[in-house]
Write a protein of this length. Structure first.
Length: 134
């Protein structure tokens, strides 16, 4: 974990953010969980930082989002999840258990855009039932 601590500290410094123990811990939680909502991050970080407030967690999540260190996964009818920003990928979300899985980007999307539209970015989320819940 010491190597991860140094890695997270460097990531924060490279984005010109103060490397606080709380921010490093939040990145550690996301590294361990893969995908986590605000409440999960808060519950986990309170184990080590008992006086941290939910507002502080929200503030730091937004700071990390703005810096591009983490990214938000918006899931219809569910709480957003957060993950450490990494290579471009898509997500599969289980409708039963709510688990979020990283999947490879589709190789090709057959989408016809209206005339004059210029795509900049796309995001794919597949909803279904995972193998644990099937």
């Amino acid at each position: 974990m010491q190597n991860k601590y140094i890695e997270f500290t460097n990531i924060l410094k490279n984005k010109e953010l103060k490397s606080t123990p709380q921010r490093v811990a939040m990145l550690g939680i996301l590294e361990q969980k893969g995908h986590a909502d605000i409440e999960t991050i808060y519950d986990e970080i309170k184990k080590d930082f008992v006086s941290i407030s939910l507002a502080t967690v929200y503030k730091n999540v937004n700071t990390l989002l703005d810096a591009g260190i983490i990214q938000e996964i918006k899931i219809p009818q569910r709480k957003s999840r957060y993950e450490i920003a990494k290579h471009k990928h898509s997500h599969f979300v289980c409708e039963k258990c709510g688990e979020v899985y990283d999947i490879d980007e589709p190789k090709r999307l057959d989408v016809e855009l209206p005339e004059g539209f210029e795509p900049k970015e796309s995001s794919v989320m597949i909803m279904g039932v995972c193998k644990k819940c099937h």
